[in-house]
Write a protein that binds this ligand. Structure first.
Ligand code: NAP
Length: 248
C-alpha cells in the first residue's frame, strides 16, 4: 500500500527544483498533487503529464505567492476540487543576492514578499481547513542561510529566518488541533537557484561541506516525505537541516 494514497499534497513553486522533486516523490507514494508555478508554464505542463501517467490526480495552477487575494482564490480552488488539504509545502522562493550597500528597496521587498509573505499568504488561507479537519501538516522550506546568515543575503536570510520563527510560533499555536508545522533548512542543493550564485563563491563553499558535495533536490524531498508521514507524528516546530553537515 502506498504511503500517501488518497492524500492531497499542495506544493508551491512545484514547477522546478526542490518543489518538483517533492511533487514527484509524493506522487510515487500515491498522493494527489496540487502544485503551483509562477512563470514556468511549459515545465508545469510536462510535470503535470508526468504525474498523471503515474496514476495520481494533479491540479497545476499559476500563482504568484506574493499576491494575497490570489492565494485565497487558489486555496478555494484546491478545496473545491479535493475538499481537503493533507499537507502544505511552502516551497516557492527566490534569491537576489547583493551587498546591502547595493541592495535597493525593491531587491529587499521582492525577496521578503515572495519567501516570507508568500508563506503567510498561502498558510493563512489554508489554516481554517486544517483546523476544521483537526489534522494537518505544514512544511516550510527555509534555508541554512536563515539560521547562519550569509554575506550578500541580508534579504534572503531575513526571509528564511522569518520562516523559521513563523514555523515555531504557528507550531505552538496549532499543536492542540493536531496540526504539525516544521521547516526544512537545505544547504546547497543543485537546482537553478544555485546556478544564480557567483562561481567563485560556490567554489569556496564546496570544500567546507563535510559530505563533500552539493545536495540533490530529491534528498530534500525525502525529508519532506518523512515530515509529512506518520513516522514523524511526534515532531513539530522543528527545523531539519539537509546540508551535508555544512551548518554544524
Ligand atoms: P528554483 O529551482 O529556482 O525554483 C523556485 C520555484 O519557486 C519555482 O517553481 C518558481 O516558479 C517558484 N517561484 C518563484 N517565485 C514565485 C512566486 N512569486 N510565486 C510562486 N512561485 C514562485 O529553486 P529551488 O532551489 O528549487 O528552491 C526551492 C526552495 O528551496 C526555495 O524556497 C529556496 O529558497 C529553498 N532553498 C533552496 C536551496 C538551494 O540550494 N537550491 C537552499 C536552501 C533553500 P516558476 O519557475 O514557475 O517561476
Amino acid at each position: 500500500m502506498k504511503k500517501f494514497k488518497d492524500k492531497v499534497i499542495v506544493v508551491t513553486g512545484g514547477s522546478r527544483g526542490i518543489g518538483k522533486a517533492c511533487c514527484e516523490a509524493f506522487a510515487r507514494e500515491g498522493a494527489n498533487i496540487v502544485f503551483t508555478y509562477n512563470s514556468s508554464q511549459e515545465a508545469a505542463k510536462s510535470l503535470k503529464q508526468e504525474i498523471e501517467t503515474s496514476g495520481s490526480q494533479v491540479l497545476a495552477l499559476q500563482l504568484d505567492v506574493k499576491k494575497y487575494d490570489a492565494c485565497r482564490k487558489f486555496v478555494e480552488k484546491v478545496l473545491d476540487k479535493f475538499q481537503k488539504i493533507d499537507v502544505l509545502i511552502n516551497n516557492a522562493g527566490i534569491i537576489n543576492d547583493k551587498a546591502l550597500m547595493m541592495m535597493s528597496e525593491s531587491d529587499w521587498l521582492d525577496v521578503i514578499n515572495t519567501n516570507l509573505n508568500g508563506t503567510f499568504n498561502v498558510t493563512k488561507n489554508s489554516i481554517i481547513s486544517f483546523m476544521k479537519q483537526r489534522k494537518g501538516n505544514i512544511i516550510n522550506i527555509s534555508s541554512l542561510s536563515g539560521i547562519l546568515g550569509l554575506p550578500r543575503q541580508a534579504n534572503y536570510a531575513a526571509s528564511k529566518g522569518g520562516m523559521i520563527s513563523f514555523t515555531r510560533s504557528l507550531a505552538r499555536e496549532v499543536a492542540p488541533l493536531n496540526i504539525r508545522v516544521n521547516a526544512i533548512a537545505p544547504g546547497f542543493i543543485q537546482t537553478d537557484m544555485i546556478k544564480g550564485l557567483r562561481e567563485d563563491y560556490v567554489k569556496d563553499v564546496l570544500p567546507q561541506i563535510p559530505l563533500g558535495r552539493f545536495g540533490e533536490a530529491k534528498e530534500v524531498a525525502q525529508v519532506a516525505l518523512f515530515l509529512a508521514g506518520d513516522e514523524s507524528d511526534y515532531i513539530t516546530g522543528q527545523v531539519l537541516r539537509v546540508d551535508g553537515g555544512l551548518g554544524m
